[in-house]
Design a binder for this molecule. Structure first.
Ligand SMILES: [Mn+2]
Length: 395
């Protein structure tokens, strides 16, 4: 049995507010589907965040619909779960259907109801394979309990069949940076043969006792924090489940190139040498798509703030789609000045909130509010409604 696993296309996101980046994400999704179908799979698994928003732009909705339609028209079933981006305050509280529910309704009307399967949560048998899965659940929900009940339902469907579990969660012990909702041990305690995961945007394939736990990663660069790892590429996974073994292959997608840099610029000579090197690198890419150039410079005393950004934009804009420079001035060491190294914003906020003298309820509310703002990306009205929702729930 051959299964293709893909995730996190984030259709509809226009990174850096660029129409070209919105199109890049559609292209990556289309290519993922093309590569998937070339494999003649028995099944396609989608582990969430097909859309960037739970209220996708019609353009994104149509592209998502067309892509999945190509798969089911080839007679291949698709099993999909919601990622955090498909769940807004409204969808979570059941007042509004998620975009995946709307997609499913359309497929049903077209007579493809049996081929587009949304697990919300649930388990299905497809041929000799059992596939179980659950939508994204935020921190505070006991994911270990969900896994346990999905295991029971899967065993009831077929005892000896190979089994797949689909989750859109951060798993501690498999990923860094995104803060996790569940421990690896709690997922590994189950007996699913292949655990297909979404949410983390870099590919991670972990083998353990003949079983495989894998994040296929996103199909394009979605967040700026993925840029330093852009050289590693973006993938879909092809899983061959045989009687006693499993083979997992990665198929690389042709995404837009990114050039990442991180340099100390002591003077203007350093700056122009950096620009020349990046220009050479951009030229040597040989890509039909111009790269995004993104990085940071640590400014020496002789360099005026703003100059690197100005010069790099001016001299590289002909070879790049977009140039982003983060300028950092190294603070002179002062006694007693707090130093933070290698700690991300999430960890920093978490430890700051944790160190405050707060009532436990207030502390966890503060963490959840940060979660809404930072990870679920809620802004404006959505954010306010999200916070009010949390307070109503007494969380
Ligand atoms: Mn995602």
């Amino acid at each position: 049995m051959r299964v293709v696993h893909m995730s996190d296309n984030h259709l509809g996101k226009a990174q850096f507010h660029l129409a070209e980046r919105e199109e890049d994400l559609y292209r990556a999704f289309d290519e993922a589907i093309e590569l998937a179908l070339e494999q003649k799979p028995d099944l396609v698994l989608h582990t969430g965040d097909l859309f960037d928003s739970y209220r996708p732009h019609p353009r994104a909705f149509v592209r998502g619909f067309e892509g999945l339609l190509r798969i089911v028209e080839a007679g291949v079933p698709v099993v999909i779960i919601e990622g955090n981006h498909e769940l807004g305050p409204d969808t979570v509280r059941r007042r509004m259907a998620s975009p995946l529910i709307n997609l499913r309704k359309l497929f049903e009307r077209l007579g493809y109801g049996k081929l587009l399967i949304r697990l919300g949560p649930g388990a299905v048998r497809i041929g000799d394979l059992v596939v179980a899965g659950a939508p994204y659940a935020s921190r505070g929900v006991r994911i270990a309990d969900t896994v346990e009940s999905l295991q029971r339902r899967s065993d009831e469907l077929c005892g000896e069949c190979p089994k797949v579990l689909m989750l859109h969660q951060g798993v501690r012990g498999m990923i860094k940076a995104v803060y996790p909702e569940v421990d690896f041990s709690e997922v590994a305690r189950s007996s699913f043969d292949y655990v297909a995961m979404g949410h983390y945007h870099n590919r991670v394939v972990r083998r353990s006792g003949g079983r495989v736990f894998a994040y296929s990663g996103s199909t394009e660069i979605i967040e700026t924090r993925e840029i330093p790892l852009s050289g590693e590429g973006k993938y879909i996974l092809v899983v061959d489940l045989q009687g006693d073994g499993m083979e997992v292959r990665s198929l690389r997608l042709r995404t837009r190139p990114f050039i990442y840099f991180s340099e100390v610029v002591k003077n203007t000579r350093d700056l122009f040498s950096l620009i020349e090197r990046i220009r050479e690198q951009a030229r040597s890419l040989g890509s039909e798509r111009r790269p995004v150039i993104y990085g940071k410079v640590e400014l020496g005393d002789e360099v005026r703030a703003g100059l690197p950004t100005l010069e790099m934009r001016r001299s590289l804009s002909d070879v790049a789609l977009h140039v982003i420079v983060r300028e950092i001035r190294t603070p002179r060491e002062e006694e007693g000045a707090p130093t933070v190294s290698g700690v991300g914003l999430e960890e920093l906020v978490q430890s700051a909130i944790s160190s405050m003298k707060l009532d436990e309820g207030v502390r966890s509310l503060a963490l959840r509010v940060f979660d809404l703002w930072y990870r679920e990306g809620k802004r404006g009205e959505d954010f306010v409604r999200g916070v009010l929702g949390l307070m109503e729930e007494g969380l």
